[in-house]
Design a protein around this ligand. Structure first.
Ligand code: GDP
Length: 312
């Protein structure tokens, strides 16, 4: 439904091409940045292991609020060891931001994650980052990315991807390398324009495919996924439809949306959004369905390998 003012996208890139810096800039442009948390660390590098390795290994949701739109951005690990996690992220989103260094061009991890996004039928927006670098060659990198699309059997629509050029470090993005350098708003507008709104039915009963599990110190397991129908709020009855056909009835203890850096309590979460739901069900699993009615059928889910890194 095109009137849903939500955009769900994954951000994919080779390590060091600027994903983290870009998301920080977009958060600032959307006005949801939380200064107290920003002082010590950047938005997406919060895990200890990430800090140690200096790479982003855990998918993390974040949301930009802009002119009435909620843009959910899900980070993805670039390393091939985390392929299963990348695939799960791709199932929650409706498009991807492909970040490529304007000097180095596409690299191994660019290819790895782009292949998965294209195979999932997602539409990319290509972000040529670091054009401030003295040896940057955005036009050459533009052509290299298109060659990669061809090589990976992109559809015509995917090949038609819009490009954005800029510097996450310096905080500007433009639709064309020759435009005036102002801020990151042109990229946010491209996201709203080119990433399709989620397909979800607000009038249907609540349903969500559990795509990830997170942990909250107070309410335990939090099932994360895209709401495919209806809406959900604290206190609602909810059924977990298991893969083996059994059902567990429970009640929603808390819902989470991802806005700025922190997960926040939310009044209610509507169709098409990516949310976390805590329902006091201990052994809820990835691939199972949360439903607002007992008589619904589980949502189809293609089995993929379990995650290599255990979620907290
Ligand atoms: P990630 O691994 O993709 O998350 O990359 P980071 O955002 O951590 O960036 C990697 C390095 O590139 C950091 O040192 C950033 O400061 C730097 N960087 C990010 N964006 C830009 C940019 O637009 N221009 C320049 N010159 N450096 C950048």
């Amino acid at each position: 439904m095109s009137d849903i003012k939500i955009r769900n996208l994954a951000i994919i890139a080779h390590v060091d091409h600027g994903k983290t810096t870009l998301v920080d800039q977009l958060l600032q442009a959307g006005g949801t940045y939380r200064e107290n948390q920003a002082q010590t660390e950047r938005a997406m590098d919060s895990m200890d292991l990430e800090r140690e390795k200096g790479i982003t290994i855990k998918a993390k949701n974040t949301a930009i609020l802009f002119e009435g739109y909620t843009i959910n951005i899900v980070d993805t690990p670039g390393h091939a060891d985390f392929g299963a996690e990348v695939e799960r992220v791709m199932k929650m989103v409706d498009g991807v931001l492909l970040v490529v260094d304007a000097f180095g061009g596409p690299q191994a991890q660019t290819r790895f994650v782009l292949r998965k996004a294209l195979a999932q039928g997602l539409k990319p927006i290509v972000v040529i980052n670091k054009i401030d670098r003295p040896l940057a060659d955005p036009k050459k990198v533009h052509d290299q990315v298109l060659e990669l699309f061809l090589d990976l059997d992109a559809t015509e629509e995917q090949f038609d991807a819009p490009f954005s050029y800029g510097s996450a470090r310096d905080g500007y993005f433009m639709d064309s390398p020759d435009d005036e350098k102002v801020d990151c708003i042109p990229l946010i507008r491209q996201i709203i324009k080119h990433i399709p709104a989620p397909v979800a039915d607000p009038d249907a009963p609540f349903s969500m495919l559990v795509s990830n599990i997170e942990w909250d110190n107070f309410v335990g397991r939090v099932a994360v996924g895209k709401i495919l129908g209806g809406s959900i709020k604290k206190g609602d009855p909810v059924w977990l439809l298991r893969k083996d056909g059994t059902k567990v009835q429970s009640k929603v203890l808390k819902t989470f949306t991802y806005s700025g850096l922190a997960t926040t309590d939310s009044e209610g979460c509507g169709a098409g959004g990516i949310v976390g739901v805590a329902a006091g069900i201990e052994n809820i699993d990835i691939g199972e369905t949360l439903s607002g009615t007992a008589d619904a059928s589980p949502l189809p889910f293609v089995e993929i390998d379990p995650p290599t890194v255990q979620m907290q």
